[in-house]
Design a protein around this ligand. Sequence first.
Ligand code: SF4
Length: 370
Amino acid sequence: MELADLVGRRPVPGGGLLMTLTRRCPLRCAHCSTSSTPDGEDTGVGPLTGFVRSFTPADRPGVVLFTGGEPLLLPAAVTALAREARRAGTRSAVLSGMFFARNGTVPARIMEAVTAVDHFSASLDAFHEREVPRAGVFRAVHRVLDAGTAASFHITGTGPDDPYLAEVTAAVRREFDDRVPMLVNETRPVGRAAAWAAPRTAVVDGGRVRPCPMAAWPVVAFDGTVVACCNQDVVDRRPVPRHLRLGHVAEDGWPQIHRRLLDSPLLRTIRTTGPSHPYARARHGAPTDRAPSASPALPGGPCAACRALPEHPAAAEAAGRAGSGPVGALLDRETARLQAEAGPAALLRRYGCAPYADLVSLAPTHRAAS
Ligand code: SF4
């Protein structure tokens, strides 16, 4: 499974699932969005396995992405969960910080996990390079490719003008002969980066329609809670705003989580119009995509507005009304279809580092049989 297939599914509700295996990580990268440490907590292999066993060929996510912390601190769990998922037809991917690759080797237990999944993604950025040399990471990724697993790099920089991004993406293209795709992102002020990273340019959307595809894939958080999106405050803070909490892996299976994700009128509206639009409707009593002066940007941006919806009953009611019934379901499906048709690079122009978005579709070295 190639990176473009993975990213291309991101706007599809229930098209994928993000599963956090642990908050532990042996590295201490200064930009870590999850503030992972060597002593972080594990989510619990038992409940995660039970949850994956609830996938069926008729009702399953298309792909499950194992993340952390460092998921490959639990290579046997990655192997077992990937095999269990595949039984139902779900493909899998793992994102690693490459702690094992200082000398370019891939230990046998980790290689077993790498060959159990359908896609392997290696983190690479200036912070990781202080912990694991680039040459070791490149050698290890060559081994992954030689083992027959599709691979990509997940690269982070400070922004479009960061010279590191220009240098490292050119180095990857040279080393892998333009055949390994890249997802290039910008550092965000969350986790350990909260103290120093600049926020991205504020989105002054004035209530305009800006669909949020991040509410399409459930996320299993460190404590087993299943939330509706990957916003780090939603994943980390408790309690989770009620419209963004889908359940818990110890209590719910995929069919229940999937149904709540699809049927929630608020989530449909967030996926269809974004969270600011219902505030504008509540203020004006009608849809608007007019001037920001008529519908000023909400303090804290769209995600803060989204998390605060339960505290604003009029906006929550407007969101609920807009997303209910067959029309709400139809708009949700059509929004997902249009975004999926626009392709993975279009998604990354909005959510990643725009000038590098096309690198998601570099020609692969390996085509998965499935
Ligand atoms: S707008 Fe809401 S659903 Fe979308 S990423 Fe932000 S907090 Fe999550």
